[in-house]
Design a protein around this ligand. Structure first.
Ligand code: SF4
Length: 392
């Protein structure tokens, strides 16, 4: 697991007075001088270039330099050129907001939400957290415009109203080659004008990922703990379609959702055939999932059959379909082409049972939180000759 934040960063030197600041990381000693003052240089040798606004010492002895220094533990050896950091010297805090080499970078826009999902990985809080938007608006211009994709999550991002649109517009302006994936419960888009407003921004490559947990409204409303959510979410999906905004349907796989997976797949093919992607996602053992574990946990081996059936239905309807957060040895081999390595690298792990597995490098593995509970059917995969099994 990669460490992305600390409350024990040691700031020294002539620290400018500010509560928080967003800076780009540089490891390039030949960086143009005009850019250095707003960047933090990671010192990795005795030869330190002049003129940077900050110097970062990772697991190195203190030293006096011509700008403020930040001392960090070896946990931050992963810092790389192009990363973006939030500095908060008064709280001895430092947080990595963006990692240039990460498979996916996700920005939490707000902790507020109007659902209360049983398995929420980021339990909502009704707090005034508008500063997060300001911070992301500062970070976006510092991000390498060649990064393939970023993600907006929450909470519920659309509760920001006009500030949500401001962020989407900023992504379009500063990252004209980068895809934007927004995770939303879709309910705000039940307002047709809200959906149309997003469509009018004409972001070059946006996708709104929206959960639909069942073909039955009361099952969905129970999972998200909000009466009437299903109707609003469906109207939202239809309005986004009307506004020309691509939609992905996301289904978290757990005890409350798996029994009707094939029926949900049929529902999607009959009513929402226009969606651009369906993601069927294994459960993450964090947030509310821990508190509701007995209502949610089912060994993935037990839903192998309905999952295969649902994927078959969607695939035959030519809907692009993916299985996320699942271990290959628990899936039918016919499902392997649909399985993606979807767990962010900073929280991806493998279990001791995986030792000797010849397809480990292609398997998504586990969330680090899976130590709480995981399948008792994990079994290394070996080819007949001991060679890696070819995925088609
Ligand atoms: S044994 Fe292999 S296929 Fe199963 S979870 Fe571990 S790495 Fe993945």
């Amino acid at each position: 697991m990669i460490v992305l934040g600390t409350q024990s960063a040691r700031y020294s030197g002539d620290i400018p007075a500010f509560e928080r600041r967003t800076v780009r990381v540089s490891t390039d000693p030949h960086r143009p001088r005009a850019l250095r003052q707003r960047e933090a240089f990671v010192v990795r040798s005795d030869d330190v270039p002049e003129g940077f606004g900050w110097y970062i010492l990772v697991d190195r002895p203190s030293r006096n330099l011509d700008a403020p220094t930040i001392e960090l533990s070896a946990d931050f050896n992963h810092l790389a050129d192009g990363d973006v950091l939030r500095l908060a010297p008064t709280k001895h805090s430092l947080r990595v907001l963006f990692r240039r080499n990460a498979s996916i970078n996700s920005f939490l826009l707000t902790e507020r939400c109007n659902n209360l999902c049983l398995m929420c990985s980021q339990p909502p809080r009704n707090v005034n957290d508008g500063w997060i938007v300001d911070e992301i608006l500062e970070a976006l211009p510092l991000i390498d415009p060649d990064v393939p994709e970023i993600m907006f999550s929450g909470g519920e991002p659309t509760l920001l109203g006009d500030r949500f649109f401001e962020l989407v517009q900023a992504c379009k302006s500063y990252l004209p080659r980068t895809a934007l994936h927004v995770l939303s419960n879709g309910r705000s888009f039940a307002n047709a004008e809200f959906a149309a407003k997003l469509g009018r921004i004409q972001h070059h490559d946006i996708m709104i990922g929206i959960p639909i947990y069942s073909d039955l409204s009361h099952v969905h409303d129970y999972v998200v703990q909000a009466d009437g959510a299903y109707d609003e979410t469906l109207r939202g999906v239809l309005n986004l379609r009307q506004a020309g905004v691509p939609v992905e349907i996301r289904v978290v796989l757990h005890k409350q959702t798996v029994s009707r997976l094939p029926a949900l797949a049929e529902f999607i093919t009959r009513n929402l055939l226009f969606v651009n992607h369906v993601a069927l996602m294994g459960l993450e053992m964090t947030g509310f999932t821990k508190a509701n574990l007995e209502d949610l946990w089912i060994d993935p081996i037990e839903y192998r059959a309905p999952l295969s059936k649902a994927v078959g239905i969607l695939d035959r309807a030519k809907i692009r379909t993916s299985i996320y957060n699942s271990q290959l040895c628990l899936l039918d081999r016919t499902m392997w082409p649909f399985a993606r390595q979807s767990i962010s690298d900073w929280k991806q792990e493998y279990m001791p049972e995986c030792d000797g597995c010849t397809i480990k490098d292609r398997c998504g593995g586990f969330f680090s939180s899976a130590h709480l509970r995981y399948s008792s059917h994990i079994e290394p995969v070996t080819g007949a000759t001991g060679e890696p099994v070819e995925l088609t």
